[in-house]
Design a binder for this molecule. Structure first.
Ligand code: ADP
Ligand code: MG
Length: 302
């Protein structure tokens, strides 16, 4: 049975306490969109207005970290708490918006999110097209870095930045970060636990099981940028991660290679900050030729 939970849709007052319509009265679940490490995600729609949504089932057993939300008696998965925090501060177009959430008594949680009408995750996008033209990669990368600045500013670290956790609106070419299931509250001190993806994790985690939030994020951005411009990730094995030397399998400009190498510096303190990434010479290109670049994406997918 679905328990009623606080969120702002269809709320009525009952004995002074807000009561919400159950999930099944508000949403209809459709086919499976994807499943990763922590849950299954279905497409669906909101019954009141037909809005397209994505519905993530989170089983109680898979939840590693719990958090408390104001006004809630029982703890909720950290993923819900982090998305709640980011939406409370007004949201940001680059973070997927959480519309609603429900506890399914005894079993787990349902997280209802926006679903861009024509979207594909970046893993599928790259698998279909192969290596992306640099200007398209730049367009996606800039949005990602700016969105991560917003996320960090509001005290959250994602910790699982990778192509599968980014959805691309294939019409507007806007990207949105999804899956805060490995995320945490941002802190200055070192972390000693990690639930993200090994092949996107930095040498200090692989060697010493410790890391700081910003250098971890920047390393994963280096892996992501390489993945976009070469069509695959640079490292598979731990020894390759520790070697920290990407081998370019495609023709990639010198500036882009330099930025990737900087993000993939072996020593965390040698990596750039997000601000330094944004002012790197490679990031300055692209604006005036964006239209041309859009037309180089196969039209079947736009
Ligand atoms: P997991 O925690 O299991 O990795 P994710 O939240 O990453 O689950 O979702 C799994 C997949 O479902 C994603 O890689 C993506 O393809 C799809 N997906 C998830 N959320 C959305 C969304 N809001 N809109 C569109 N597709 C989504
Ligand atoms: Mg995922």
């Amino acid at each position: 049975m679905l328990e009623k939970r606080s969120v702002d849709l269809h709320v009525e007052e009952k004995e002074g306490k807000p009561v919400k319509e159950p999930f099944s009265k508000q949403y209809r679940c459709g086919p499976l969109l994807g499943s990763g490490g922590f849950g299954s995600v279905f497409s669906g729609h909101r019954l009141s207005d037909g809005l397209q949504v994505a519905i993530k089932q989170i089983s109680r057993d898979s939840v590693q970290q719990w958090a408390r939300l104001p006004g809630e008696l029982s703890p909720v998965p950290m993923e819900i708490a982090l998305l709640h925090r980011l939406s409370e501060v007004g949201g940001n177009g680059g973070v997927i918006q959480m519309l609603d959430w429900f506890e399914v008594e005894g079993r787990g949680f349902l997280l209802v999110m926006e679903r861009p009408p024509q979207c594909q995750d970046l893993f599928d996008f790259i698998t279909e097209r192969g290596a992306l033209p640099e200007r398209l990669a730049l367009r996606f990368f800039r949005q990602m870095v700016e969105t991560l600045q917003f996320v960090h500013l509001h005290g959250v670290v994602h910790r699982d930045i990778k192509d599968e956790n980014i959805v691309v609106d294939t019409r507007s070419l806007e990207v949105k970060i999804i899956d805060f299931g490995s995320g945490a509250l941002l802190k200055d001190a070192a972390y000693d636990e990690f639930e993200g993806t090994r092949v996107y994790s930095p040498p200090e985690w692989v060697q010493a099981r410790t890391y700081h939030a910003i250098p971890l994020t920047v390393w994963s951005l280096g892996v992501l940028l390489f993945d976009m411009v070469c069509g695959d990730i640079p490292f598979e094995r731990d020894q390759e991660i520790i070697g920290a030397t990407p081998f370019f399998t495609h023709r990639v400009s010198k500036e882009c290679q330099a930025l990737i190498r900087w993000c993939l510096s072996f020593r965390p303190e040698d990596r750039p900050s997000l601000e330094e990434i944004l002012s790197h010479p490679w990031m300055e290109g692209g604006e005036e030729e964006e239209e041309e670049e859009c037309s180089s994406v196969p039209s079947s997918s736009l």
